[in-house]
Design a protein around this ligand. Structure first.
Ligand SMILES: Cc1cc2nc3c(=O)[nH]c(=O)nc-3n(C[C@H](O)[C@H](O)[C@H](O)COP(=O)(O)OP(=O)(O)OC[C@H]3O[C@@H](n4cnc5c(N)ncnc54)[C@H](O)[C@@H]3O)c2cc1C
Length: 400
């Protein structure tokens, strides 16, 4: 069987593996092989809602989202004029609304976001009413507004990362399943392919999303990722919504965004209870429960959309860690980097994830002081030192 060598081998050609390959190539590291058992973006990346916002209470995540936003805005420069011509980013703006108990937290969070360079401000209900004239804004007490937010296309973005990396010399092998790591002593030295081949490398990056826990378990590495099935409902608004922004409603715990083609994408942000699933065997069809929830929540928040109806729906899976934040970390084996556990919010930060992985591979540390690698270390779970927001929202704890 064939044996190949590379400086870096990346397992998983989803958004995060492709972003890592792109970022490594931007740092001049092009002796890189990406191994993807399906095709680039064929995992959970294809299911993403693609929402782009920097509204995070955790400062390092807000900074990562700001980095992501800059790359999406300057895609032609980041990926080259042809590849970056349209990666699907739509800059509609992003509005987040909270009720009375969360006003103080919202204001403190906005100030912390501004401190790491996020362009965000508070706006009043009159301004939001102009943006979303169909909404009942009565229950809200304060709103945050990001003019530069919006939504993107995670699948297209993954293709752009991969194409730009390939153009720089990175080898991307699709249809190539990895059977496991090659380990010598305490060091990962490469991977074994399902066809019996081997790729030897100085560094192995594992970016296998919801499949990460079983992939690393044979080496005594227990990555505390649970797989949660998340449903999305498409609503036909029955009218032309025009250029509405993404709306994150932290009173009734939902988010909506316009969809190319005129529909409205609904997501339930009440994640208090996980719906544990098998990522290789889960239903893609929305349950009656989520359809009822969508009807109730959309109906309550947007009472003036009197002709709205359910168009369709689908499901994907989140790779959820105990603190709902990713692992982007060297170790626990030498030569190993884990980039997984994105917990349903890995799209907007993907360019920064790629950069941090590249920094960890090349320098062993983050090059951006706003994004300390310590925040995302694997060891935080064992240490009981979770990455949580200093500004938690009452009743919306999962809004990180
Ligand atoms: C329904 C849904 C809505 C979302 N909405 C948003 C949002 O609005 N905003 C946001 O920021 N994020 C969102 N996300 C999250 C974001 O899309 C994900 O975090 C991101 O796409 C995950 O990328 P990934 O590369 O980690 O995983 P994946 O895309 O799943 O890629 C992992 C890849 O590894 C491959 N693989 C696994 N095992 C092996 C092996 N042994 N050998 C070779 N290849 C292997 C798989 O085939 C797969 O392609 C959403 C996710 C879902 C599911």
């Amino acid at each position: 069987m064939a044996t190949e060598t590379a400086q870096v081998v990346i397992v998983g050609g989803g958004l995060e593996g492709a972003a890592a390959a792109w970022a490594l190539s931007r740092r001049g590291v092009t002796d890189v092989v990406v191994l993807e058992r399906g095709t680039v973006g064929s995992g959970m990346t294809g299911k993403s809602s693609g929402i782009v916002r920097c509204h995070y209470g955790v400062s390092s995540l807000a900074a990562m989202a700001a980095v992501g936003l800059e790359i999406f805005e300057q895609a032609e420069e980041a990926f080259g004029p042809e590849i970056g011509a349209d990666i699907g980013f739509r800059q509609t703006g992003y509005v987040v609304g909270v009720g009375e108990p969360n006003v103080d937290q919202l204001r403190r969070s906005l100030a912390a976001q501004r401190a790491v360079g996020v362009e965000t401000e508070e706006i009043d209900a009159d301004e939001v009413a102009k943006l979303w004239p169909w909404a009942d804004l009565e229950p809200f007490a304060a709103f945050g507004w990001e003019r530069r937010g919006g939504y993107g296309d995670a699948y297209q973005t993954a293709q752009a990362f991969a194409a730009a990396a390939r153009a720089a010399g990175v080898r991307i092998r699709q249809g190539t399943a990895v059977a496991g790591l090659l380990v010598e002593g305490e060091r990962a030295v490469g991977v074994r392919l399902a066809d019996g081949g081997e790729v030897h490398a100085d560094t192995v990056v594992v970016a296998t999303g919801v499949w990460t826990r079983p992939f690393l378990a044979p080496y005594g590495i227990d990555v505390p990722i649970r797989v949660h099935r998340e449903e999305i409902v498409m609503v036909s608004p029955g009218t032309d919504l025009g250029p509405v922004p993404v709306f994150s409603d932290l009173v009734s715990l939902q988010y909506v965004r316009p969809e190319v083609g005129g529909d409205m994408l609904f997501g339930n942000s009440d994640l208090a209870e996980l719906s544990i699933a098998d990522p290789d065997d889960y239903s893609n069809h929305p349950t009656d429960g989520i359809v009822e929830t969508a009807v109730e929540k959309v109906g309550t928040r947007f009472p003036k959309l009197t002709e709205a109806s359910i168009a369709q729906g689908y499901a994907g899976c989140y790779d959820v860690t105990p603190d709902w934040n990713p692992i982007i970390s060297r170790g626990p084996l030498d030569g190993l980097v884990i980039a997984a556990g994105f917990s349903g919010h890995g799209f907007k930060i993907s360019p920064a994830v790629g950069r941090l992985v590249a920094d960890l591979v090349v320098d062993g540390a983050s090059s951006d002081p706003r994004i300390p690698e310590r925040d995302f270390r694997f060891a935080r779970f064992a240490e009981g030192d979770l990455l949580t927001t200093p500004y938690p929202y009452v009743g919306a704890g999962e809004m990180r």
